[in-house]
Design a protein around this ligand. Structure first.
Ligand SMILES: Nc1ncnc2c1ncn2[C@@H]1O[C@H](COP(=O)(O)OP(=O)(O)OP(=O)(O)O)[C@@H](O)[C@H]1O
Ligand SMILES: [Mg+2]
Length: 496
C-alpha cells in the first residue's frame, strides 16, 4: 500500500513536472486524451486564446469550437491520411499551424500533444512576398514588352537609316551637279523645264562653270536619252573638215572623197548633238548650221539635194555671242536660232555658298581616286577658298582640291596644301578686278597678309628660295624679311 502511494506520488510529480515543462513553452500546447477531450492546456495556449478574444466567455466558446474542429479534423485525418504534418488551419483571422503527437501517459492512457503555432505573421510576409513577386513579374513583363517595343522601333529606325543613307548615296552619285545656291536651284529648275522639249539650247558661261555638265544633264533628262549623243568641239577641227565631218560628202566632192559618206548629223539622227565652243565657227559653217536649225535639213558637201535630219542641238560657248554679232563675227539669224533658250551659268564667284558642297564632292571623288583618308576641311581653309576669285570657276576648284587631297599628310586639308591655279596675267586691270572682288568682305589685315604672302612666295620662287635676292627685289630689310617668312609660315626650301 505504502509502495502504491509512493508511486502515485511519483506519478503526480512527473505529471506536474511535465505540465511545468509545457507551461514553460511559449507556444500553445495541449494534451488531448483518448476520448478527444482536452486534458491540459499550457499557459502559452491560454494566453494565446485570451489575447485573441476580448471576453473570457466568448473566448471559452470560440476556443472550444476551434478545438472541436481540430479534434474532428484529427479523427478524419486518421482515416483520410491528409499528408505530412504540420497541418494548417484558421482561428478567427489567425493562421495556425499544428501537429498531433501521440504518447503514452504516465498512467498508461493514450494521449496526444497538440502543438499549435501562430504563423499569421509568416503567412502575411509570404503573401506580401508573393504579391511582390507577382508585381515584379508584372513589372518585368511590362518592361520586357517595352523593350521588345523599343527593339522593334530601333529595328525600324535602323532600316530607315540604311534607306536614307542609300538615298543620300544615290543622291550624291545620281546628281552630278552640286550646289544648292539660288542660282543653282534656278538652273536645275530651268534644265528640268527645257530638257523634255526638242528646242535648241545655247549654254553660256565662263570657262569651267559646267557647260558640258549641263549639256549632259539636259540630254539625260530628255526623251532622246537613249539615242546617240555626239559632242563636237568646234574650235579643234578645221573648218572644211568640220563641215564634211558633220554633213558628210558626196563622192568626188573633194580630193580623197572616194565614196559617198554620211556626216555625223545623219548618223546621229534622232539623237542629240552638242556643239561646244560654237562662238568659234566660220561664216560658212554658220550658214550651214542655220539651214539645219531653220529647215531641219543638211546638204552633203558636194551635194545638191537636201537631206532631212532630226537632231536636237545643244550649243555652248564662253564667248559673248551678242558682242560677236555686234562686231559682225557671228550671224544674227543664227544667234537667234541658237538662242531660243539660253541657259546662262553664273561664275563660281557669284555663288560662293556652293563652294563648301563642291569641296566635299571633290574630296569624296579624289580621296577615292587617290586612296587617301582625307575627310575634313577646317573652317579657315574654306574661308580662304571663299575669298578666292575663281577665274577658272569649278574646274579650278576641282584642280585645287585634287592637288590638296594628293598632298594631304593626314585626314585634314591644311592651308599649306591649297595652291590656286596660276593663270596667265592679262594686265593690271584684270588683276585689280580680281583683288577687289576676291577679298570681298574680308578683314583688311588678312587681305593684306594674303597679298604680302603671295608676293613674297612669287619672289622666292623667282629667286629659287634665295632670301637675300628676294629681300633686295622687294626692298625689304633682311631681318624684316625673315620676320615675314616666319609670320606667314613660308619655307624657303619649298621655293628652291
Ligand atoms: N555644279 C557642279 N557640280 C559638280 N561638278 C561640276 C559642277 N560644275 C562643273 N563641274 C566640274 O567642273 C569641271 C568643268 O566643267 P565643264 O567641263 O562642264 O565646264 P565648261 O563650262 O564646259 O568649261 P569650258 O568652257 O572650259 O569648256 C568638270 O569636271 C565638271 O564635272
Ligand atoms: Mg566645255
Amino acid at each position: 500500500m505504502k509502495k502504491i502511494t509512493a508511486t502515485e506520488k511519483e506519478l503526480s510529480r512527473l505529471v506536474t513536472n511535465q505540465k511545468a515543462f509545457l507551461d514553460a513553452i511559449p507556444q500553445p500546447v495541449l494534451i488531448i486524451n483518448g476520448t478527444k477531450s482536452i486534458e491540459f492546456m499550457n499557459s502559452g495556449a491560454k494566453k494565446f486564446f485570451a489575447n485573441k478574444i476580448a471576453t473570457s466567455k466568448e473566448c471559452e466558446q470560440k476556443s472550444s469550437e476551434f478545438f472541436c474542429r481540430l479534434l474532428s479534423s484529427f479523427s478524419s485525418m486518421e482515416k483520410d491520411n491528409p499528408g505530412q504534418p504540420p497541418y494548417q488551419t484558421y482561428f478567427e483571422n489567425y493562421h495556425m499551424e499544428y501537429v498531433f503527437a501521440p504518447f503514452l501517459g504516465y498512467r498508461g492512457s493514450e494521449l496526444q500533444w497538440l502543438i499549435l503555432r501562430d504563423i499569421s505573421e509568416r503567412k502575411k510576409q509570404e503573401d506580401e512576398l508573393s504579391v511582390f513577386h507577382n508585381n515584379i513579374e508584372l513589372i518585368l513583363s511590362q518592361k520586357i514588352n517595352k523593350l521588345k517595343e523599343s527593339e522593334k522601333i530601333r529595328q525600324q529606325l535602323s532600316e530607315q537609316l540604311i534607306y536614307l543613307k542609300s538615298q543620300i548615296a544615290d543622291l550624291s552619285s545620281d546628281d552630278p551637279m552640286i550646289g544648292s545656291s539660288k542660282p543653282m536651284s534656278e538652273l536645275r529648275e530651268m534644265i528640268s523645264q527645257v530638257a523634255q522639249s526638242d528646242a535648241t539650247i545655247l549654254i553660256t558661261g565662263e570657262s569651267g562653270t559646267g557647260k558640258e555638265l549641263v549639256a549632259n544633264l539636259i540630254r539625260e533628262s530628255s526623251s532622246r536619252q537613249k539615242k546617240p549623243f555626239l559632242k563636237i568641239n568646234c574650235n579643234t577641227i578645221n573648218d572644211s573638215l568640220l563641215e564634211s565631218d558633220l554633213f558628210g560628202y558626196e563622192r568626188g566632192a573633194f580630193t580623197g572623197a572616194q565614196t559617198k559618206t554620211k556626216g555625223k548629223f545623219e548618223v546621229v539622227t534622232d539623237g542629240t548633238i552638242f556643239l561646244d565652243e560654237i562662238g568659234d565657227i566660220s561664216e560658212r559653217m554658220q550658214a550651214a548650221l542655220l539651214r539645219v536649225l531653220q529647215n531641219g535639213e543638211i546638204f552633203r558637201v558636194g551635194g545638191n539635194s537636201p537631206i532631212s535630219i532630226d537632231v536636237r542641238i545643244i550649243a555652248a560657248t564662253n564667248k559673248n555671242l551678242a558682242e560677236a554679232v555686234e562686231q559682225g563675227r557671228f550671224r544674227l539669224d543664227l544667234f537667234y536660232r541658237l538662242n531660243i533658250i539660253n541657259i546662262s551659268i553664273p561664275p563660281l564667284r557669284e555663288r560662293k555658298e556652293d563652294i563648301e558642297d563642291l569641296v566635299a564632292h571633290f574630296i569624296r571623288k579624289y580621296r577615292l581616286a587617290f586612296k587617301k583618308e582625307v575627310d575634313f576641311v577646317p573652317r579657315p581653309v574654306i574661308d580662304k577658298l571663299k575669298r578666292h576669285h575663281w577665274p577658272g570657276n569649278v574646274r579650278e576648284l576641282e584642280n585645287v582640291i585634287q592637288r590638296a587631297v594628293l598632298m594631304a599628310k593626314s585626314n585634314i586639308i591644311t592651308e599649306q596644301e591649297i595652291f590656286f591655279d596660276t593663270l596667265p596675267q592679262n594686265g593690271d586691270q584684270d588683276n585689280r578686278i580680281s583683288l577687289s572682288s576676291d577679298y570681298d568682305g574680308a578683314p583688311l589685315k588678312s587681305v593684306l597678309a594674303e597679298v604680302e604672302k603671295e608676293i613674297i612666295s612669287n619672289s622666292l620662287k623667282k629667286h629659287h628660295g634665295n632670301v637675300a635676292e628676294s629681300a633686295k627685289e622687294l626692298k625689304v630689310g633682311k631681318t624684316a624679311f625673315y620676320d615675314k617668312l616666319k609670320r606667314f609660315g613660308i619655307s624657303t626650301k619649298d621655293h628652291r
